[in-house]
Design a protein around this ligand. Structure first.
Ligand code: SF4
Ligand code: SF4
Length: 326
């Protein structure tokens, strides 16, 4: 059975999973160990496909950290401009080490076709990136792009760090010792998308429930969500921030939709999590005492299948996502 998807409205192009930061909350499990970057011809093809839908209105170039390959970032920006898709770039600001370099790079990406910028800023980034980099990048971005074209995710996170008086870098461990537990939990609730790596690295900051609470839930709306989709360098079409799940390659998904006959894990998840869990238990998966949400059950099973059972499924991509889970 194939099911058509609504055409995408907005989304990101993951040009690499490589990232200097390797944050503990990363949805896509990015880090420095990844080494591949998107092929320019592939990028051009994916962008043309997105444009051809007639519905796609906003693109962001993301990763990984796009500024780690600055020439490629500029080249992709030029293709976006040619394709006519309004584009912004997302960055963790590791490269914003002095005013002169920051201004030069921002002006160059603007010239290449980038119209706005999203600065990622939260306590999680401070492990590797000094707070001053975010402030510098924010200040100079507002000059280069105009205030209205600069977004910060999240401004509250940035203001919170400022109010605590953090300077330079700080480990996550030291950061949570500095702030009241309740403040951190409040921040986490508003900030985090509880999927991906954080389900392991931050699991003790969440309530957990027996699996039964989630068994009737399904993921069909998540798979069909046309907003904030991602296409990675391998052509995987990813919806709803479901790191490690490809609903298919972009050409196939836009043309035919999701092929549930070939993708049995997607088929089970589209019905209910309970079916996926029971199927996995027959393969030897051991149910945990508590889970944070349906995605926690889903990810823990997927990890079991790929890492412990060494099984391969077309929909569990990219494989590196699983190999690098904590
Ligand atoms: S959250 Fe962003 S900065 Fe952190 S590892 Fe992932 S891609 Fe890199
Ligand atoms: S349960 Fe799995 S497929 Fe469903 S939304 Fe969560 S991560 Fe995505």
């Amino acid at each position: 059975m194939k099911i058509k998807i609504p055409p995408p409205v907005s989304g990101g192009l993951i040009i690499s999973y490589k990232c200097n930061s390797g944050c503990i909350h990363c949805l896509y499990n990015c880090g420095n160990e990844w080494n591949e970057w998107i092929d320019v011809k592939d990028a051009e093809r994916y962008l043309k496909l997105l444009k051809s839908t007639g519905t796609f209105r906003s693109l962001h170039i993301t990763g990984g950290e796009p500024f780690m390959n600055f020439d490629l970032l500029c080249e992709i920006a030029r293709i976006c401009k040619k394709t006519g898709i309004p584009t912004f770039v997302e960055t963790n600001c590791f490269w914003a080490v002095d005013d002169e370099k920051t201004e030069r790079r921002l002006k160059e990406i603007k010239k290449s076709g980038i119209e706005s910028i999203l600065i990622s800023c939260s306590p999680f980034y401070l492990e590797k990136i000094p707070f001053e980099n975010f402030k510098r990048c924010l200040r100079i971005s507002e000059d280069v792009f105009g205030k209205e074209n600069v977004m910060v995710y999240t401004r509250e996170g940035c203001d919170w760090i400022e109010s605590i008086g953090i300077k330079g870098k700080i480990s996550f461990h030291d950061f949570i010792k500095k702030v009241p537990h309740e403040s951190f939990i409040k921040f986490l609730k508003n900030y985090i998308v509880p999927k991906g790596k954080c389900l392991y690295t931050l699991e003790n900051f969440f309530y957990k429930y027996p699996a039964e609470k989630f068994l009737k839930q399904n993921c069909i709306a998540d798979f069909l969500n046309p907003y904030h989709i991602h296409v990675d360098l391998y052509g995987n079409y990813i919806t709803s921030f479901c790191g490690g799940i490809s609903i298919g390659k972009i050409e196939e998904v836009l043309r035919d939709g999701i092929d549930f006959d070939r993708k049995i894990i997607l088929k089970m998840l589209s019905r209910n999590i309970g079916e996926f869990l029971q199927w996995a238990e027959k393969l030897g998966y051991k149910r945990k005492d508590g889970y944070i949400n349906k995605c926690h059950i889903c990810l823990d099973i997927r990890r079991y299948l790929v890492v412990e059972k060494n099984m391969e499924f077309e929909e569990l991509q990219p494989a590196g996502f699983y190999k690098r889970l904590p």
